[in-house]
Design a protein. Structure first.
Length: 409
């Protein structure tokens, strides 16, 4: 019997129901007429909520990326060692999918394919992603009972509701097709960028131009996804891949939450255009560059160190040797605070919301949610590290005292 996170089965039951409601809620309270929590939104029609065209587009999008994943492009990288000492191979070709999709989107725009369908059917597409992720989660739960399935520690408690949410199987696969890494890096993440592009197209259709605010949001978020795919192999060392099972939490998050909540700023700017002064653009760009520098520098050090602590490029960094025989970084970015990559992530998230101005609070939902998410993840990380390293973790915390922001937290 495993221990519970997220408040246990009762909480995850309400999260399972509540997360789709949050996706719908953000759409309804921040629409073309108003973007306020104080205004009661009107309920959508059944046609707005679901149509088969939107469902077919979503399924086709998922299938398209699955085909590219299986194509002989890119290379195969080894993941971290499993409990039995084995290492799984992972197809690394996300950047190929990203670039190819850009070419196809440009072609679609050139030949007048109505890409604004995404804006006009946004709610139906969100519903399609929610239904798809729910069905996939059920299939993953059933699949996890195969005798050869490698189970995740946290998702094997024996409680059906909790295990369904967290995910029982660590690395569910169909042959060489790794479902968790694929869903983390492909349909939702890349879909987020192209939903933004469709919103940009809608703004151009409505006004004959594209605002600098929209350009900043789309460029910054495209850059973020491009960076993730360029360094795709780095995800193989993250907690999501090495520790968490693949259940409803990650499945819904990857396929529905990411593309249909992270695109809120671009959708807001279609309905509430904002023209920024030059000084505001400069400040926003500085915030983005600062966040990215911290984020990329910290993640680069972490990934290289995990793969090869004896890498000559890392010899200038100090580390703490643990009784397990492994090392913990205590200098560089990781000597300033325990999760500098999260600090950079938060600054970048802020730079995505700032182009929306200060007239409404809801465009800042993402950065607010992200701060809560990363603080929760930081607490999960540290609980896991405390169990893993014991007294050595206490020594580490005495050396690196700050969690996210020096002298504040």
């Amino acid at each position: 019997m495993g221990s519970y996170e997220f408040g246990g089965p009762v909480n995850v039951f309400f999260m399972t129901l509540g997360l789709p409601c949050a996706v719908y809620g953000l759409y309804l309270v921040c629409g073309s007429d108003d973007c306020s929590l104080t205004t009661l939104p009107s309920l959508p029609s059944v046609q707005d909520l679901f149509n088969w065209q939107a469902m077919m587009l979503y399924v086709s999008w998922f299938g398209y990326h699955a085909v590219i994943y299986l194509c002989p492009l890119g290379y195969v990288a080894k993941g971290m060692k499993l409990k039995d000492g084995s290492q799984l191979g992972y197809k690394i070709n996300g950047i190929h999918a990203f670039l190819l999709t850009h070419i196809l989107f440009a072609l679609a725009w050139y030949i007048d394919v109505p890409v604004t369908f995404v804006y006009d059917n946004y709610l139906a597409l969100a519903t399609s992603s929610i239904l798809f992720s729910l069905i996939l989660s059920v299939l993953l739960y059933i699949k996890s009972f195969r005798a050869e399935a490698v189970l995740a520690e946290g998702g094997n408690t024996g409680n059906i509701i909790y295990d369904f949410f967290i995910g029982r199987e660590l690395n569910p696969r169909i042959g060489i097709f790794d479902l968790k890494v694929f869903c983390e890096m492909r349909p939702g993440l890349i879909g987020w960028v192209f939903i933004n592009y469709c919103f940009m197209a809608k703004e151009y259709q409505m006004r004959g131009n594209v605002s600098i605010s929209m350009i900043l949001v789309c460029a910054f978020q495209c850059w973020y996804v491009l960076d993730a795919l360029w360094y795709e192999e780095a995800i193989l060392t993250t907690m999501d891949i090495t520790h968490d099972g693949f259940g409803y939490m990650l499945c819904f998050g990857d396929l529905a939450w990411v593309p249909f909540t992270y695109s809120l700023q671009a959708r807001y700017l279609v309905d509430h255009p904002l023209h920024l002064p030059v000084w505001a653009v400069v400040i926003i760009v500085i915030v983005k560059l600062l966040g990215y520098t911290i984020f990329r520098g910290a993640n680069g050090q972490k990934d290289q160190f995990r793969r090869d602590p004896n890498n000559p490029r890392l010899q200038h960094l100090k580390s703490l040797r643990t009784e397990r025989g492994t090392k913990l970084l205590i200098s560089g970015y990781w000597g300033v605070c325990r999760h500098p990559n999260y600090t950079g992530d938060i600054l970048m998230a802020l730079s995505w919301s700032l182009p929306c101005g200060a007239s409404h609070l809801l465009p800042y939902f993402y950065v607010t949610y992200f701060i809560v998410l990363l603080i929760h993840r930081q607490l999960r990380d540290e609980k896991h590290c405390k169990a893993k390293y014991g007294k050595d973790w206490d020594k580490y915390c005495n050396i690196v005292k700050w969690r996210l922001v020096p002298y504040i937290y």
